[in-house]
Ligand binder design. Sequence first.
Ligand code: GLU
Length: 612
Amino acid sequence: MRKPRRQALRRLALGSLLLGAAWGAIAQAQSTATAASAQPEGASKIVQNPGWHFQTQAVAAANPLATEAGYAMLAAGGSAVDAAIAVQMVLSLVEPQSSGIGGGAFLVHFDGNKVQAYDGRETAPAQAGPDLFLHADGTPMPMKQATVGGRAVGVPGVLRMLAMAHASHGKLPWAFLFAPAIRLARDGFAISPRLAALLATETALSKDPVAAAYFYDAHGRPWPAGHLLRNPDLAAVLQRIASEGPDAMMTGEVAQAMVKTVRQHPSNPGLLQLSDLSNYRPVLREPLCTHYAVAQKKYRLCGMPPPSSGMLTMASILKTLDFTPAARLPLAGGQPSADWLHLYSEAARLAFADRAAYVADPAFTPAPAGDWLSLLQSDYLQKRAAAIANQGPVMPQVQAGTPGALPTPQSWAPMAEQTEHGTSHISVLDRWGHALAMTTTIEDAFGARLMVNRGRGLVGGFLLNNQLTDFSFSPSGADGKPVANRVQPGKRPRSSMAPTLVFDADSGALQWTGGSPGGAFIIHFTAKTLYGALRWGLSPQAAIDLPNFANIEGTTFLEKDRFAPSTATALRARGHQVLEIPLTSGLQVLAREPGGWAGGADGRREGVVLGD
Ligand code: GLU
């Protein structure tokens, strides 16, 4: 980063924290080719980010105002966790489509010595059961019907999780971390091009009167980019949380407002109760770590264990590829080749079959063979990989493997893939060499499309999640076996979020922190970026910029307009069903480089990196 900019930011950190003005400078510096898509959380811009370089500390987040708030905390002597909290509070305001205090998150933290996995995932209300998303005749309801309204609202977990992480790793006072978000909420922030683009294509949000009064003008038109939006309700709530802690949201007036919003929804009420909110507890978990060798170099990948499937599935793909010729295939013309994509897609199908069968909240569903790492054992994956034909054709059908003795009941029915979108990723490194990767979500774009109580006593101003749609809508398979990830009271829905830390396995030195939004595609976006860094030697920015690809339940997805036409042709010749669609990752990555650190942010969204 150039010096004048750094000095300017330090003034912001130590002085008035006038962060509202910062948007313009950064947004103008990027050319904005806006390409709004009809997909939830679809593309909003494609810019060529330069990549960033720094020496000691940095923050990478999905919106410039949020990044600046995090950077202000680092510059004021804060820790990585301090910065992440400031970022999250600003994201609640400026990127409400993706994450916020009404949602949940996972945070993987490195304190220079040990790695810890903080689970702030939403839980199902105590009154919710396996039939939550079933019609009276037992058929599952359509995703959209389940999403909009109170039914899918899970107990928000992000705030108590952040408070837990702050108690162990915070250096600045809790209240100080809220200053940027409170100021921006009170004084207003300029609506970003991405928020404006998503509002322009959104159809359900304006049906909620509280959201309609906030996101739309008096004629029902969504506010355009650049409009100065104020959120005094959120400012008031954040002020209370700043001085009283998370109980200011999870109990009392704000909790009552959430429960009312959910239970009194006119067409799709939910089951949230005050006791669900007051009883919510984040979980401090052992991270899921596994070794990954690239030639002579040994890495240790660490991420969230279940209820997230993120690290488990990503590591399964990467390790399965080791039993194929993939490692001998370099990029072709700066892109993954059809040969490589074939192997990747097949490895992904195997990994996703295991995910569909086994992964759910470990408090309800034991790991196969008593250990999630059984799904990553070399001999197990080697046997699975033997089914892959190197030159095609694609495997006809893929089923979950049997990594060891299965728990009772003897097996689960596989969960059908369901759509999921609406998330943000934050990576931070602080001056002590402590770091984190945090992925945070309200599930769909704009979550449940429910905004808590604007204008009725200043106890809201935030959107509620629809995270319960990450459960299987069908509680059992065709054969009557239960689905591991079915709805049960107090259970956490399976996630795809993959906040990832990578270490040099020999020295223990941190190498990489990253992650992405994108529903189940998160696993592929993160795998691509990690593979690009570790195997193809790419900088974070170059790895993020590689075209995206994925395989979900057999369809091979290629990012539209990014691959040579011959790639899809070659894949189809091997029997792949290929779909070319926008694949809007939102990757944020910090990685060690000779003499310092490099940062990358996804030009498909609005992220930026700031550091010293
Ligand atoms: N709800 C999803 C999950 O937790 C993430 C959705 C998204 O990334 O858009 O896996």
